[in-house]
Design a protein. Sequence first.
Length: 275
Amino acid sequence: MGELICSTKLIGKQYLWLSDTDSTNSVIRRLLRDGTTLEPGDDCGRLIEGTPLEGLVVIADHQSAGRGRSGHDWDTESGMGLAISVLLQPEVNDESLSIVTLVSALAVARALKQTCGIQSKIKWPNDLVCRGRKVCGILTELEIIGNSKSIILGVGINVNQKSFPRELDDKATSLFIETGKAVDREELMKQFAESLEYYYSIFLKTGDMSALIDEYNDLLINNDREVRVLDPSENITGIAKGIDKQGHLLVETEDGVMHSIYAGEVSVRGLYGYV
């Protein structure tokens, strides 16, 4: 169990570090819906009475009912990973809300590099990858209460796991596996909070990815590789050409048509079993 001490003005000034929970995203959702004042008890936290909840960070040592994209379950082994949720309430148009996922991916990439020297890559829109294996997943959920819109940003990082089940051996990795050393989860959390505040503040100024597009495309593992997009309306196979300022993935098909992908499952040849 840790204490979150960082130099941010918003992200993590209020936090809950829980030993066990169902889902960190659900903890924030209950706070928004019920207005419940949580008593951390044996857990560590800081909630400031009368202060807006934006920037609240919830961290769990063990998460039993976490969610990934497409309804996949994600369980966090106690003390091994980081299950993080952040409450954000950006005043941007609805079309720009999904960009928070991309902004948070940049923050995770920076935090991994600063904490343990790992240069990860981003798989659009919500994974971070090391040596072709997933080290982090991101899930953003929109919560609407009355006229108020909130984004619950969920981030799961594989930190000190030494192994994974056989079926995940070629798909998942951890910071311990990549470095051969145990990683300080409190330091990683601090670096993530500070990095998220940095990128989030840039996003708020522009309302899009225009100021971050070059940095994002430099880290995009999809770039110039064959991708397969599974979309409810159509399946597309082509070469990824980076993102546009709205965060959409640009995919050029054999006929020379450039498609702007804003949603759907995207497989990258050479990753996660796509050959």
